[in-house]
Design a protein around this ligand. Structure first.
Ligand SMILES: [Ca+2]
Length: 532
């Protein structure tokens, strides 16, 4: 009867806790007892920081040689876990985003733009390399305890653009491995300021290039700080072609807005946070105008994956789309994306059909005269024609992966979603963020973008053809690398036992106190009764 028995619940909670790299779930379960454990974890955090200390060389690398001014500057602004429905021009009724809306009104708004994955790390790996994360063995997110990262042999957009004279900078979140050989400075970025991973993970310190600032990070000012760093990068490199990857940590939980924005949005704290991101976009557009760089700069705003619906009102909205982060329904991978380049993109463009995050690498190659690596498959397609209104994307195909499993396939307007066992099961009755399992599903995304009407039984031939296409794709991948180890092998047993012991003792103390009070009251009442 139950889809999800007690053992599965424990298993899920444990895997979820590992996913979060935090004791927060168990803190909720065991309450006060966790407080006694905090020093243990504080110590663990210290250890990591010391391990991650790096030598303080090469604060600034050589600036790339200026080539042709015809090469456009490229700025890609990533939000983290921002949903399709969280931007004004994409339909938000509560969150005001005038600057992103302006980018769309004066540039291009993509309604069918897909991330490479519904979670952070593989999404970013797909974006930066133009390749499906499955080809890289990147199946899920890296944690502070992860010792692996994106293979240094992967060629990133930054490395590609450096070859044609670009200055390259990352401001914000990396999340592709935080040990030296995996870090941005070994993947083509001349400059780096930001966090090595998500803002809910331990060891939260800003890197500036290879140095770490051990001052405590106040997340309320994170968006402002990144914005200032981004503006400085633009000013510094205004005379040469540059690529700036501004990867905000917001609005990934825990969310924070600065005092200037807190309490201002109709969308609650989440709305405040997104409105501050929009302010940041405005700062960048203004600075480009002031520096007279707007006509020669392509600015893209997007998100790495859908909203984290498990986080409730702090997790954003996928608008009309089904599901969110961690799932391969449209809400998990369709991300609000706009591109702004006043001299090249017609105002109010609405590119037809789908495109993906992996398309940017081949597109940037075309726009800048750079060469794609020729010794490996590149999955993204050049969408410069789609962007500039002179052509279409080569095909309308996407393979949706989660946890290294191919879970869905889109071909033109059809989407086949493979049977899914589900992890939430019974929990889905209590929280919309847990999606139950499902059978084989076939949707027509044109007529049914909400993925409600399963046509699999009515169209067996289409289903068979799409299953064959999936098999062919898997075969074409050849041998894929082993899954990267994400370091989720921590044995929480001692902490669970400690928490349980403390919880039982606290419970016994509580019961003893209640009994004692009850006996005392009874005793006093009897004494008073006798004295009367
Ligand atoms: Ca994310």
């Amino acid at each position: 009867m139950f889809l999800f028995g007690p053992c599965r619940v424990t298993e899920y909670l444990e895997s979820y806790m590992r996913y979060k790299n935090s004791v927060s779930i168990w803190a909720a379960v065991f309450g006060l007892s966790v407080a006694a454990m905090l020093p243990v974890f504080a110590q663990a955090g210290t250890d990591f920081s010391e391990k991650a200390s790096l030598d303080s060389t090469a604060l600034e690398r050589a600036v790339a040689t200026k080539t042709s001014t015809a090469q456009p500057n490229i700025i890609v602004i990533f939000a983290d876990d921002l949903g399709y429905g969280d931007i004004g021009t994409f339909g938000s009724q509560t969150i005001k985003t005038p600057h992103i809306d302006r980018m769309a009104a004066e540039g291009a708004q993509f309604d069918q733009f897909y991330a490479a994955s519904p979670v952070c790390t593989p999404s970013r790996a797909g974006f930066l390399t133009g390749r499906y994360p499955i080809r890289q063995g990147i199946h899920e997110v890296f944690y502070p305890e992860s010792f692996q990262g994106m293979d240094p042999q992967e060629v990133t957009i930054a490395e590609m653009l450096k070859q044609v004279g670009y200055s390259t900078g990352l401001v914000g979140k990396w999340h592709l491995g935080h040990h030296d050989k995996f870090m941005p400075w070994n993947q083509g970025f001349d400059e780096f300021f930001g966090l090595p991973y998500s803002n809910d993970m331990g060891g939260l310190y800003y890197f500036r290039d290879q140095d770490i600032d051990f001052a405590e990070v106040d997340q309320r000012y994170m968006t402002q700080t990144y914005t200032e760093e981004a503006l400085q990068f633009i000013e510094k490199h205004q005379q040469e072609p540059f690529f700036l990857y501004l990867a905000h940590n917001m609005p990934h939980v825990p969310i924070y807005a600065s005092p200037e924005f807190e309490g201002k949005s109709d969308g609650g704290l989440y709305g405040d946070v997104v409105e501050e991101l929009d302010w940041s976009v405005g700062q960048i557009l203004n600075r480009l105008d002031e520096l007279k760089l707007s006509d020669n700069t392509l600015v893209i705003f997007t998100s790495d994956n859908g909203p984290w619906l498990l986080m409730g009102e702090r997790g954003g909205s996928a608008g009309k789309y089904r599901g969110g982060k961690q799932y391969t329904f449209e809400g998990g991978m369709r991300v609000p994306t706009v591109a702004y380049w006043p001299s090249q993109i017609s105002a109010g463009s609405r590119p037809e059909g789908m495109a993906t995050m992996m398309d940017w690498m081949p597109t940037f190659a075309t726009l800048t005269g750079a060469s794609l690596p020729s010794d490996r498959p590149i999955d993204g397609k050049d969408i410069s024609g789609l962007l500039l209104g002179t052509g279409e994307r080569e095909d309308q195909e996407l393979f949706y992966y989660m946890n290294g499993e191919l879970r869905a396939y889109r071909s033109d307007e059809w989407k086949l979603k493979l049977p899914y066992e589900g992890k939430g099961g019974l929990l889905s009755l209590f929280h919309r963020g847990f999606l139950p399992g499902h059978e084989l599903l076939l949707f027509n995304l044109k007529d049914d973008p909400e993925e409600r009407n399963n046509l699999a039984a009515q169209q067996p031939e289409r289903v068979a053809a799409m299953l064959a296409a999936i098999d062919a794709f898997k075969l074409s991948l050849g041998e894929v690398p082993e899954a990267k180890k994400t370091g989720k092998n921590m044995d929480f047993g001692p902490y669970i036992r400690l928490s349980t012991t403390l919880a039982i003792r606290i419970l016994l103390a509580f019961v003893a106190t209640v009994v004692l009070v009850w006996l005392s009251v009874r005793f006093i009442r009897r004494r008073m009764g006798r004295s009367q």
